[in-house]
Structure formats: structure tokens, C-alpha cells
Write a protein that binds this ligand. Structure first.
Ligand code: UDP
Ligand code: MG
Length: 341
């Protein structure tokens, strides 16, 4: 018989203490049903939670050998937490799932079965979003459509979260991406490879509230757009060209008018309007350029993506496989750079 394949489930966690036991119960049940095709293991990434999440995870790890975790030294954000998970996940298949049970774990067998048909990424597409307000649904919809327009070559699937199963090959590809402003949905698409979708209904959160406020989502959108499209910069060029052309025509018109009618001290309003229009336009595009410059600045600093304060690898391995890293390492483990892998 072939040895079983391994499935690593990456779970980014930020202040989810209340919901974690229920999450663990549901996902364990799912992993049990899969037991004759894969050995499943969980990799929780505590993204600097301010509640007891880490303690809850550590307790789960004591009880269940399938549970491993990484503890980031502070809150780095979901995108980076997932990246840390991808750096350490060494299953043949990797699942990314939210801890709040909005992504039903029961979908994993379907995702995995589809992936085994020959897809490197099978993402879960949301048919409906329960328990999410109109503003969130509307802004998300606008965002996905806009992204689709702006980044034509890299097709980012609409209405898709991070919930997906990816192959080992895709994980290795993702590890090679070193950029700091990580818009994971874009990066998943950027690596290419065959991909497919499975549709599901997104449930409301089981406990607590979303940590993505409208402001945080706006910044997230900005990251997405500026790291996958230079369209705003092009817009600046075209707007500049258009305005320059209009100014040229208006200039000609004014010269002509002066030649024919003389110069009886023309209107202040025109002057003011033009002045405000131009300065507004200039400020706007200085801002756009600033956004890109800020991202360049972030990349140039070359800081590590994240730092770990604690980690435990799921203890399902035989001691003979010495290639695996030390089982428990604590206190300020510096994050491996992607070259280490
Ligand atoms: N999350 C995280 N770091 C953060 C914010 C969120 O790891 O800084 C995790 C969170 O614990 C959850 C997932 O990312 O597992 C999705 O977060 P949330 O439910 O708040 O987002 P939403 O579902 O509203 O998009
Ligand atoms: Mg959620």
C-alpha cells in the first residue's frame, strides 16, 4: 500500500479564544473522516492575540498530537500569519482556513477530492455570505470587480476568500515570493498552475467579531491594488495629458480673445477654478505616487516578514525522519528566510 499523503491545515488566529475549541472539534471530526486517505495535522498561527488564544492552542496541542502551532511575536496581520504557516507547513496538501468557522471545515473533503483530479489550487467560492452587513458585501463586491479589471493578466477569482487547498508544488512556489506587502489572494493567482473552484455558503462568525473594520479593509484593498496594478499611475499620466491638452486649447482661446476684443481685466472666477482644479489634481496624484513609494520603502528595508516567540510542530512524525526541525523551540526563534527551505 502507498504511504498516506499528509495534509496540513493552516489556521491563522487572532483573538479567537472563545471559538477555538468548537473549531478544533469540527475540524478534527473532518480529519477523522479523511483518515484513510491522508494523515491530517493542524498548524495554528497565533498572530499575537491579546486574549487567551495561544493558551487555548497550547492546551489543544497537549491533548492532540495532530496539533502544532507557531506563535508570532506580535500581531502581523492575517496575510503574514498565513505566509508563516506556508513556510512551515510540509504536508503534501495544505489547507488555509479561518478559525471563526465562517469557512465550514466539512468542505475540505470536497476541496481535496477536486484537487486530486489534478489541480494545484482549489478555492472555495462564496455563493452567499450569511451574517455580513450590506456595506461589507457591497464594498467586497466592488473591490473584487475592480481588482478583476485592474489586473487582467493575473486573474484573481471574485468572491473568493483565502479558504482553499493547495498542492505542495504551489506552496513551494509561494515560499519564493519575498514581497512584504502581501496580498495573498493575488499571490495565489500570480503563481499560476491549474486551479478550480468549489462553491459554498459562507456562514456567519461563530464567536466574536470580525477584526477587519472598514478602515482596515480599505487599506487591504489599497495593498491589493497597488501590489497588482500600476493602473493608478497610468491614470495620473493620462489625466495629466488630458488636462495639459485642455489648458493648451484654453490658452489658444484666451490669446485669440485678447487679440480680437482687447484685455478688459478678465474674470477672477475662471482663475480661481483653474487654480483649484490643478492643485487638487496635483495633490491627488502626488498621493498616488506616494502610495507606491511607501511600498517601495517597505520592500527596501528588507526586514524579516515575521518573528516567532514560540512554536511546536505537530508530533505525528517518526523519530527516524530527522529532517524535521526540533519539536519544540521557544523564545525568539528568528523566522527562517525563504532561502532556508
Ligand atoms: N486574523 C489573523 N490576524 C489578524 C486578523 C485576523 O490571523 O490580524 C485571522 C482571524 O483569527 C480569522 C481570519 O484571520 O481566523 C479571518 O479574520 P476575520 O474573521 O476577522 O475576517 P473576516 O472573516 O471578517 O474577513
Ligand atoms: Mg471571519
Amino acid at each position: 500500500m502507498r504511504p498516506l499523503q499528509r495534509l496540513t491545515v493552516i489556521v491563522p488566529v487572532f483573538n479567537e479564544a472563545a471559538g477555538l475549541p468548537a473549531f478544533w472539534a469540527r475540524i478534527s471530526a473532518v480529519l477523522d473522516t479523511l483518515a484513510d486517505t491522508v494523515t491530517g495535522e493542524l498548524l495554528f498561527i497565533d498572530d499575537g492575540s491579546r486574549d487567551d488564544s495561544l493558551a487555548v492552542i497550547q492546551a489543544l496541542a497537549m491533548r492532540d498530537a495532530r496539533v502544532g502551532y507557531l506563535a508570532l511575536s506580535r500581531n502581523f496581520g492575517k496575510e503574514i500569519a498565513m505566509s508563516a504557516g506556508l513556510d512551515f507547513a510540509d504536508g503534501d496538501w495544505v489547507v488555509l482556513i479561518d478559525a471563526d468557522l465562517q469557512d465550514p471545515p466539512e468542505l475540505i473533503p470536497t476541496l481535496l477530492a477536486k484537487a486530486r483530479e489534478g489541480f494545484d489550487t482549489v478555492y472555495a467560492r462564496r455563493a452567499a455570505r450569511l451574517g455580513e452587513g450590506l456595506t461589507k458585501r457591497a464594498t467586497a463586491s466592488v473591490f473584487y470587480r475592480l481588482m478583476g479589471r485592474l489586473s487582467r493578466r493575473v486573474e484573481i477569482p471574485a468572491d473568493t476568500g483565502d479558504y482553499r487547498v493547495i498542492s505542495r508544488r504551489a506552496v513551494l512556489a509561494l515560499r519564493q515570493i519575498k514581497e512584504r506587502n502581501r496580498f495573498m489572494k493575488g499571490l495565489f493567482a500570480w503563481i499560476g498552475f491549474p486551479s478550480a473552484a468549489v462553491t459554498y455558503v459562507r456562514d456567519p462568525r461563530s464567536e466574536g467579531v470580525s477584526s477587519f473594520s472598514l478602515w482596515r479593509l480599505w487599506n487591504f484593498a489599497l495593498d491589493g491594488i497597488t501590489s497588482f496594478s500600476t493602473a493608478p499611475l497610468k491614470l495620473a499620466t493620462y489625466a495629466g495629458m488630458l488636462v495639459a491638452m485642455l489648458a493648451f486649447v484654453a490658452g489658444g482661446f484666451i490669446i485669440l480673445k485678447t487679440l480680437i476684443y482687447g484685455d478688459p481685466v478678465p474674470g477672477f472666477p475662471t482663475l480661481m477654478v483653474t487654480l483649484l482644479f490643478f492643485s487638487g489634481l496635483q495633490l491627488l496624484f502626488i498621493g498616488v505616487i506616494g502610495e507606491y513609494l511607501a511600498r517601495l520603502f517597505d520592500e527596501a528595508k528588507q526586514r524579516p516578514l515575521y518573528l516567532l516567540k514560540d512554536q511546536k510542530v505537530a508530533g505525528v512524525r517518526q523519530p527516524t525522519t530527522t529532517a524535521a526541525p526540533a519539536v519544540t523551540q521557544s523564545r525568539s526563534t528568528v523566522a527562517p528566510t525563504t532561502q532556508d527551505f
